[in-house]
Design a protein around this ligand. Sequence first.
Ligand code: KDG
Ligand code: MG
Length: 405
Amino acid sequence: MIIQDIKVFVTNPGRNFVTVKVITDEGVYGLGDATVNGREMAVATYLEEHVKPCLIGRDPHKIEDIWQYLYMGVYWRRGPITMAAIAAIDMALWDIKGKVAGLPVYQLLGGKCRDGVTLYAHANGETIEDTLDKAAQCIEQGFSAVRLQSAIPGLSETYGVLGDKKDYFELQGNRPLPPEQDWSTSKYFDLVPELFAKAKERFGNKAKFLHDTHSRLTPIESAKLGKMLEPYNLMFLEDASIAENQENYKLIRHHTTTPLALGETYNTIWDCKDLIQNQWIDYIRSAATHAGGITGMKKIADFAAVYNVRTAPHGAPDLSPICFAAHMHLNISTHNFGIQEFVGFGNEECQSIFKHDMKLENGMILVSDAPGLGVEFDEQEAAKYEYKRSYLPVSRLEDGTLWHW
Ligand code: KDG
Ligand code: MG
């Protein structure tokens, strides 16, 4: 069997997705997700121009060798664009291997470690009451863990919470230039402890709660937030600070027992090696699309297991259902899996393009038993929704200083 062709599709059913199809000479094909939010065309070009010509004629079963060929074999290693391109090819090759074997990918990864994949849902509100009402709905639907985010009083916009009460991620669907949002740590600190105090008061131990700071704090501010939230027993506090300098988390860790999670923008094990081996974090949030596919994620998860760090893969809507399916196969077969972020299966248009039989039951996903990853991609549907340039917002402090993502 050889790789005969590779096709790259960019489609926008409400937001942009980059999908890769690896086609073999025996008619079997595999699918992968290469979406990098706001940089979609860069990865599509990388795949077309720098990956496809090098893979035609190769044996698609040599997954590890092809991964190393695209990673180790290339002078320019790592980075989000390279690693998303590798990821998409890698997912597609696992998909092909599963289809040829007649087995779902999780069987090739060692088989099930659990019955289903536990999820955390999102509750995003304009006010604390609004957020808690949304959390109540999630708990009623059967979710045992919910992420709480609420608009910050006194700021014109809060990332993830729109003034017109549209859903959180629509913010990222149609912004041809990066919008600008302001940030104030003191205003944020006035809100967040109250949000979790009221959640605890209203729900007690009915669910676990989580929170994402989107890296807006300095390490010492993160340490302070972690301490302020200790009474409310969060499952984890996510992306408290940027960790380009991984030692930032040494400082945070030494001040608080609130569990810490990060890694959704990480591309390889090297981005989180110190965080993991020093046990400065509790959950690693890397995603198959951004961290080198199933092969890249396995390397990170196995290393993390040695240090009691669990996986909690990123599950935002800028990861396509192909990535979500890849996560399900990893989550069900990875012993040190912790929890999966979940924001639904996408809008109707998205569901008409990406078809699968994953089932949501009581806050858990029941993984598909179809051979391969278990996702189909409707090329004709996808062609109806053209690429639209769209960006995430930029943050500035109230005096205009550019601030962290
Ligand atoms: O592309 C950025 C989004 O994926 C991100 O803002 C979502 O932080 C996020 C999360 O935890 O889902
Ligand atoms: Mg996040």
